[in-house]
Design a protein around this ligand. Structure first.
Ligand SMILES: Nc1ncnc2c1ncn2[C@@H]1O[C@H](COP(=O)(O)OP(=O)(O)OP(=O)(O)O)[C@@H](O)[C@H]1O
Ligand SMILES: O=C(O)C1=C[C@@H](O)[C@@H](O)[C@H](O)C1
Ligand SMILES: [Mg+2]
Length: 185
């Protein structure tokens, strides 16, 4: 496995948690884009949203995704990354993209009222589920692998990803076809 592995999915799907466990199993590096942005900006995503605005965060996120193309290992992405076409192109071109899907009711229970997740904070359960449904086709559009994590432990998810990556062939055209179109608003 010499390609990098991108983990995508909605807020609370387990990208950060699974990413560290997967990298540990594979003996590779783990890079969480949200944490990398936090290190560079000196504040977490929620504070960047509040102080500099979401548009600034999204530009920074794309910049870091571009820089991540020089890294090896597992890259954990932010929940909104698939909503920019430029990001989708990079994900499709530069690695194996794994979409961690999950029952939205479970996602809500993990993220609702968490102030560290500015896109979910203050939203009702129905609003969060509606955002999940709107984003899901975009996660699917750039996924090489879709993992339904519902009811599975982190160890089971990691074993499934590593098994499928080793046994399935992935075709890359390098082309950017359909995908995200800056439609999150
Ligand atoms: N398979 C799982 N089973 C039970 N709990 C889980 C599982 N995966 C993640 N969690 C828990 O769900 C919460 C959210 O996980 P995590 O922060 O890894 O999600 P994320 O996808 O990185 O979210 P974000 O997009 O907001 O960064 C954490 O408390 C984590 O421990
Ligand atoms: O779903 C989203 O839009 C976000 C998810 C987080 O990972 C962070 O990238 C940020 O809070 C935005
Ligand atoms: Mg995360």
């Amino acid at each position: 496995m010499n390609k990098r592995i991108y983990l995508t999915g909605f807020m609370g799907a387990g990208k950060t948690t699974v990413g560290h466990a997967l990298a540990s199993l594979l003996g590779s590096r783990a890079t969480d884009l949200d944490r990398w942005i936090e290190e560079e900006e000196g504040m977490p995503p929620a504070a960047i949203f509040a102080v500099k605005g979401e548009a600034y965060f999204r530009r920074k996120e794309t910049e870091m995704l571009k820089r991540a193309t020089s890294l090896a290992g597992v890259i954990m992405t932010g929940g909104g990354i698939v909503m920019r076409e430029e990001n989708v192109c990079l994900l499709k071109r530069d690695g194996v993209t794994v979409f961690l899907d999950c029952d939205p009711e479970i996602l809500v229970s993990r993220i609702q009222n968490d102030p560290s997740r500015p896109v979910a904070a203050g939203r009702t359960k129905e609003e969060i589920i509606s955002l999940y449904k709107k984003r899901r086709p975009f996660y699917l559009s750039c996924a090489d692998l879709v993992i339904d994590t519902t009811g599975k432990s982190v160890a089971e998810i990691v074993a499934e990803i590593s098994g499928r990556i080793k046994t399935e062939a992935f075709g890359y055209t390098g082309a950017c076809k359909d995908g995200g179109a800056n439609v999150d608003k």
